[in-house]
Design a protein around this ligand. Structure first.
Ligand SMILES: *Cc1c(COP(=O)(O)O)cnc(C)c1O
Length: 226
């Protein structure tokens, strides 16, 4: 089974990266980026022992995971793609973790839906939020710019009391990722946020050396996406 073999290899590399560097977080979560993967392939990954999965789109995630999730009690789903405000209610019902909180209007909308669900006593899945930082300040990419990060984090945490646990970034493709990981770590530390979601198939060992607590692995696990 290709997925299981890939997983063995990735796990070894994670352990190696953890053992080599003092910044490394003890507890690195391996999240499988399962966007565009079929239910069959995802079931294989679950059989191989993966419990954390990331999806980019609310609709796709709901359709796939309403079939898979009832059969597995310990799965946690992460949203790692952009979230439109009109999909917030749906997202809060599907994902245990939302990693793409990236603007005031979205924070406000999440706040409203959380309040509403308390009033109505309705059950939501989401327990943790990550704020996405656009460390490379790329105009086409989602995320808060580094110089706006302190203010935005404070707004979410102190004013809205949202359950923000950490930061997430996707470094620019054509640059060495290390400075971006270092920047993310700096912003998290000065804002007392414990968790760092950073590192993908091509750079997860490096991210772990820089203190990542959640690596998001797609192609190294499932093969190249079509
Ligand atoms: C698809 C995706 C990943 C995984 O990318 P790979 O390079 O295939 O490992 C990680 N993070 C985000 C936000 C993604 O969209």
């Amino acid at each position: 089974m290709a997925t299981a073999d890939n997983l063995d290899c990735i796990k070894k590399r994670i352990e190696q990266a953890k053992s080599l560097y003092s910044l490394a977080c003890d507890d690195v979560l391996l999240m499988a980026a399962s966007k565009s993967q079929s239910i069959t392939v995802i079931e294989e990954a679950i059989a191989a022992g993966i419990t954390e999965f990331g999806e980019n789109r609310v609709q796709e995630a709901e359709e796939k995971w309403q079939v898979i999730k009832p059969k597995h009690s310990n799965i946690r789903l992460h949203l790692i793609g952009a979230l439109q405000t009109n999909k917030v209610r749906q997202a809060l019902k599907v994902f245990e973790v939302i990693q793409s909180l990236d603007r005031v209007s979205l924070a406000d909308s999440i706040y409203k839906e959380l309040q509403l669900s308390q009033t109505l006593n309705s059950k939501l899945q989401t327990q943790e939020l990550y704020i996405q930082i656009n460390t490379g300040e790329e105009p086409q990419k989602a995320g808060v710019f580094p110089e706006e990060a302190n203010g935005f984090i404070d707004y979410c945490v102190s004013k809205l009391k949202l359950p923000v646990v950490g930061l997430m970034c996707v470094p620019p493709e054509n640059q060495p990722p290390a400075p971006h990981f270092a920047l993310l770590r700096q912003i998290a530390m000065r804002n007392n946020l414990a968790k760092l979601s950073m590192g993908m198939s091509g750079d997860f060992a490096e991210a772990i050396r820089m203190g990542s607590s959640c690596v998001r692995i797609g192609s190294a696990l499932f093969g190249d996406r079509i």
